[in-house]
Design a protein around this ligand. Sequence first.
Ligand code: GLU
Length: 425
Amino acid sequence: MGVPNSGIWSSSELYKNSVLQLEEAAHVMKLDPNISERLKKPKRALCVSVPIRLDDGAIAVFEGFRVQHNMTLGPGKGGVRYHQDVTLSEVAGLAMLMTFKCSLVGLPLGGAKGGIAVDPNLLSRQEKQALTRRYTSEINMIIGPDKDIPAPDVGTDGQTMAWMMDTYSQEKGYAIPGVVTGKPVEIGGSLGRAESTGRGVVYTIVQAAQRLNMRLDNSISVSVHGFGKVGAIAAEEMALLGCKVVAVSDVSGGIYNKNGLDIGAVNEYFAKNRTLKGFQNSDAITNDELLALKVDILIPAAIDGVIHHKNVSQVNAKMIAEGANGPITAEAHKILVERGVFIIPDVLCNAGGVIVSYFEWVQGLQNFFWSEREVNEKLKDTMVNAFQRVSACMDRYKTRDMKTAALITGVDRLNRAMLLRGLFP
Ligand code: GLU
């Protein structure tokens, strides 16, 4: 038992942290060790080389991965990440989190993840297209609408999914929109998918505030780390609730105004300038300074591991909503929980994305598309229901933190399904 220190899966912090969280939940719920041992390792992984011709004529070869962690409940589901730090181990850890996330929110889907070790900002549009098409072609034997369904993640978006869908469909000879989710609406995407993760984050914050008797009004300050697909929407929705969003940031740094930023104007400025730098009526701050701000609610919505043992003592928020996957390391999480910080765990907090991915998949299979209002209502119902189940689990097992309760809730459903299906052969 314990976190394996050797072996192909375990080199990344994210994977080790995910196993530690699973072990904690398994211990509290007294999970059958035969099940927890199986859940510590992914079912299968495919490692591929992705060669592309660069604009200057040279050929570059990138490392790509697709990991399927568990497919007991249905096809694998999870994003594809383009980031320079992607490794097989990190993708395996993220696939594990997808398994728990899908199970927790009640989807008939398993957990998977993909990625390419590349900084997409250094590629032209044509190079990104070539990379995406070749990667899709290399993994096409393990993906498909009934097998494993990729979606956007860090560094990828609707356009990436459109190229993946087209490549897969070209190879089969007819349009197969169900192979990916997070597609543009024009080719079978769902209304509300692009905003779903950020919206879901805020639905869980509203629930957490109710649990803590916190009133979400103008006296509540919010900071958002990562002004991207998740953070920008979460900031906007928090401002709509009447809260004061005092700081937001992206990779190059952030902006701060103690009286609250005009998020609509920040969005316009960011869309025009592709940077937050120079936004009027604000002071420039670094990402480290943003994470250390004294605020009521901090939303880390960029990438994993940003709150760790070195900077955790400076974190000064009452509530943290994990918009990203694994933004707090296991060690830092423990320290924050001891300090009484209320943390909404990633597998619950950012589940809105995969929930609307599921809606997109269902709409596509039926060829019957819903209005955005319908999508949002169903998203809200699913998130509120999941939050309440996790909240009840917290009280039942008297866990001090919500992460353990979220994992117990996810693992419990999976455990029953795995026992029913049994072990092959
Ligand atoms: N990449 C997102 C996540 O980590 C969405 C995955 C999906 O929609 O399949 O949850």
